[in-house]
Ligand binder design. Structure first.
Ligand code: AHR
Length: 551
């Protein structure tokens, strides 16, 4: 089965049994390594938007995850879970995408505005995958959380809204009207008056607009050429208002579908080579799901388990994650064929591992999974990859923020925890707005047995950024057994002092739950300075951030 068919069928999923296998780091050998940070090779500014999030109206993401309601016993700010707001404020979440995903192309934005008691209930796009006994709000969208509430959420956490418009089942007129509702000046239009009646006199000034989602599949099943025509129709003369330049994100390829990138852009420039100037970004979706070690490409059979995995599965997931770099480079090259000046950025607005069902903390939550240390290493690796390509990646949105796939947070009723992925976002927030610097890692590869054949994976990778006199270096050590002692040579500067933050555990399956919220949390460690160069021991299976003060 392919992902496209999965989404078509949205099947009910069974709940499995979790088995924890610990991997004691015995026989560990310290591996020597070297990191060189090249101060005179800037890569560009690391946009805070690379550290974005995705919140789809899917099962427990909105209802229970974000929205608990004003009258809930769960502490809330205007109906939004307070603990989520408090945690998110720590990570500077620059941008949040809503309402989908596939849901977006079934959503009528008009249902989610106006007096709450008059808002209609609609069958949720993901209804078919909900289990018997699922909360009503997961099956039938009460529309209690709409545009106003989403913008309130964004304001509470200090993020920009990124709205995904319905291109499959609403006309372009409604796209224009949604923009008008959000951005038309106070008192200027009937929609501005409706916004004011809801308590929002001033415009929301939404800049980022997705024009459909996965238009090759759930978003309309278009060919790239057909979609390009629709994209043009939707965006031509979309209403602009003072204070909100519109940045359109076109629905882009799934993983390595170069044909989509080429086909879409070829059709766009057929109308004129300057047409690319009106496109802010091309969305790229990439999920790491096939842990079958090359045995199948079946969407269901190929997936692995979130918590019950062995060491080879650990490396297999990281191998899948490592593909991100080649996707960024490959699509960028293809985009350059039609947009040689690179006006269009890549918007990786869905990324993360996708496992079989069975690890949900809230049984029944569709697509919820329990992130472990493995997912933290995966996420650190992905964010480092984005940091290494600041000129290419304009936005990144981890899929998804809460109660779904690679979540930073898990919540149910009054219970809440930060996952290891959430801790990585907290650590990596320090890169935002910095100047990416070329950084070379020279560390021996890790070798392991992959079903009777020796396989290898790089030994240490990461990224560095400069913020005035402060240098931030992040890196992941994928080796499940061996720490790496690396000397860090900074070409063109001298380090005065430094501090380290480390996320690791003695068990590669480590994860947090509602009962054990702090089973895995970052710790601080010492950095030794030998001569002019800092030396750091990157523990096995770890995500590390070094903050270095320059002389
Ligand atoms: O994140 C879950 C789903 O995965 C999204 O709705 C869709 O865009 C993708 O296929």
């Amino acid at each position: 089965m392919k992902r496209r068919e999965f989404i078509r069928n949205i099947a009910a999923a069974g709940v499995g049994v979790l088995v924890f296998r610990s991997t004691p780091k015995i026989f560990a050998q310290t591996v020597p390594g070297r990191i060189e940070i090249l101060m005179d090779e800037p890569l560009g500014t690391i946009s805070p938007n690379i550290y974005g999030h995705f919140t789809e109206n899917l099962s427990g993401v909105i209802y229970d995850g974000i929205w608990v309601g004003e009258n809930s016993k769960v502490p809330n700010v205007g109906g939004i879970r307070k603990e989520l707001i408090d945690e998110m404020k720590k990570i500077n979440p620059a941008i949040v995408r809503f309402p989908g995903g596939c849901f977006a192309d079934s959503y009528d934005w008009r249902d989610g505005i106006g007096p709450v008691e008059k808002r209609p209930r609609r069958t949720n796009f993901w209804n078919g995958g909900e289990k018997p006994g699922a909360p009503d709000a997961h099956r039938y969208d009460p529309n209690r959380f709409g545009t106003n509430e989403f913008v309130q959420f964004c304001r509470a956490i200090g993020a920009q809204p990124y709205l995904a418009a319905n291109l499959r089942s609403l006309p372009a007129q409604e796209f224009n009207r949604w923009i008008e509702y959000c951005n038309s000046p106070a008192g200027s239009t009937t929609l501005a008056d409706m916004r004011a009646a809801a308590g929002f006199k001033d415009p929301f000034n939404v800049h980022y607009w997705g024009v459909g989602n996965e238009s090759w599949g759930c978003g309309g099943n278009f060919t790239p050429q057909e979609y390009a025509v629709e994209y043009r129709r939707f965006t031509a003369w979309a209403p602009g208002y003072p204070g909100a330049d519109l940045s359109f994100v076109a629905s882009g390829p799934n993983d390595d579908k170069w044909d989509w990138t080429r086909g879409f852009l070829e059709e766009i420039v057929r109308k004129g080579k300057n047409e690319v100037r009106g496109i802010f970004g091309l969305a790229l979706h990439y999920y790491a799901w096939n842990l079958s070690r090359g045995k199948t490409s079946d969407w269901n059979k190929g997936k692995g388990e979130a918590v019950n995995f062995d060491e080879v599965d650990w490396y297999e997931l990281l191998r899948q994650g490592d593909v991100m770099e080649s996707l960024i480079k490959g699509h960028w090259l293809a985009m350059g064929e039609f947009d040689p000046e690179h006006h269009i950025k890549l918007v990786v607005d869905e990324w993360g591992p996708w496992y079989k069902p069975g690890s949900e903390l809230t049984p029944g939550d569709q697509l919820e999974q329990l992130p472990t240390l493995r997912d933290a290493v995966f996420s650190g690796m992905t964010l480092d990859t984005f940091n290494r390509h600041p000129e290419k990646v304009g936005i990144g949105c981890c899929a998804q923020l809460i109660n779904c796939l690679n979540s930073l947070y898990l919540a149910h009723e009054d219970r809440f925890c930060v996952t290891p992925v959430g801790h990585v976002f907290d650590m990596y927030a320090a890169h935002q707005g910095g100047t990416g610097l070329r950084t070379e890692f020279s560390v021996p590869a890790v070798h392991y047995d992959r079903d009777g054949q020796t396989a290898s994976f790089w030994g240490l990778q990461g990224s560095a950024s400069l913020h005035g006199k402060e240098l931030v270096l992040t890196a992941v050590n994928p080796d499940v057994k061996n720490p790496i002692e690396a000397q860090i040579a900074i070409r063109g500067a001298r380090v005065k002092s430094g501090s380290a933050t480390v996320l690791t555990a003695s068990d590669i399956h480590a994860h947090n739950t509602f009962e054990q919220r702090k089973a895995i949390v970052p710790t601080t460690a010492q950095i030794e300075i030998k001569g002019d160069a800092p030396v750091f021991r990157f523990p096995a299976a770890s995500v590390v951030k070094l903050t270095l003060a320059l002389a």
